[in-house]
Design a protein around this ligand. Sequence first.
Ligand SMILES: [Ca+2]
Ligand SMILES: [Ca+2]
Length: 440
Amino acid sequence: MMKWLIVASLVAIVVAQSSPGLLDPVSHEHKIEQHHSLHSPIDKSQVYWNFGGSTVVTKNFIRLSPSTQDRRGWIWNEYPLESDNWEIEFKMEVFSKPHFGGDGLGFWVLASEMDPSFSGEPDAINGPIFGMKNEFKGFGVLFDVYDNDNRRNNPSVFVLTNFEGKTLKPNHDNDYEDDMYNVKPSTVPGHVGDPKSVYQAHKCVADFRNTGKVSKILVKYLHKVLHVYVDTQQQGYKFCLAVEFPSDKTFRDHHFAFTSATGQVADNMDIVEVTTRYLAESDRDLDDSQFAHYGQSSSTHRFSGVFWFLLTVVGFGLTLFAGYELVSFKSVVGNYQEATRLCLKFNTKFITPHFAVHAGLTLLLLFGGTWSVFFLNFLLVGYRAYLYRVNQHKYFPDSVGGTKVHKGFNGFLLSNDLRQMTTLLIYFLSEVIYVSHLLG
Ligand SMILES: [Ca+2]
Ligand SMILES: [Ca+2]
């Protein structure tokens, strides 16, 4: 019973996710503007949307581009914006089998003169910026999936502006780092000028690719400040970025659009649902510092592959050793003489180096940002430190195969059997996580 309780609680610790966000930045009090929205069945609800390029519209989703190299697709909302303040919430999915995917997609707010139906060319808005042409007029919230500069800071979310409709030449090779719009908000709570300010972000890294879930994005434009919130795990929105546009900027009569592009690498890029609301000038600004947030780099990639490779190798060694230990002790059950010999061997040769290697690995975990695994291993280190302190760390033949612990000892001890099984389980679960980090 005790054994299974421990197993169950260890598994629970490892799979434990952060608790869902309590705050909801969506302005549910305002009604949905159907002209700017898309709901299932999409093929019936898209009368206000035009599409082209590689885009395919089905009942349940719009595939902007398929997981095929060098494709570009777009959809354009034909109904012009009739409010200065608005928010758009969309669900999207970016996925494909290969380890790498890309290039990316964009949500755009564009001047009406860009309306593709004005052009003789059906794909006139298509171009190299995730499916958008360099001369776009307006701005876009971009989702850059592929990590071109190998700085392990993708998929990233940021804003690109071109209010004059000039020919932009953004630097795709460094993932638009030099081109991102980065004017920080000066007027809203939680940002620059606010003593509580913790977020001064004009971009974020949010891993929305191959999550097996639909990601939700909320873009809110209120009082000239553009806020972006992202939810990749269906656990509630987290803050991503906020930027302030020039005070004379209104996007009345502009149009919503989405584009995407694949290149050498290719993902399916789907829009699953779009919900738009007009906001009122009297709406209150949200305090972005109250939200959990996505950082500037991916937490799972805070360390290089070498770091996780090292953990994987050492963790594999420890797992093998724990397995060997367990099997060795099982094989001498009932044979007191052999059990004595085995205990002596482990007590003199293995226990201290084994504990030392594991303690070193746990120390490394402290820097890896994987708190559940660190906590799990820290428990084990703590228990072993306790064993040393009460001088009960050695194996003794009486307890091999049984549940007996040292006679005359009043503290807390696991039986040898349980101690070895728990160790093996913790090592194994940790190893699974090291490998998953190593593989990205
Ligand atoms: Ca990129
Ligand atoms: Ca990058």
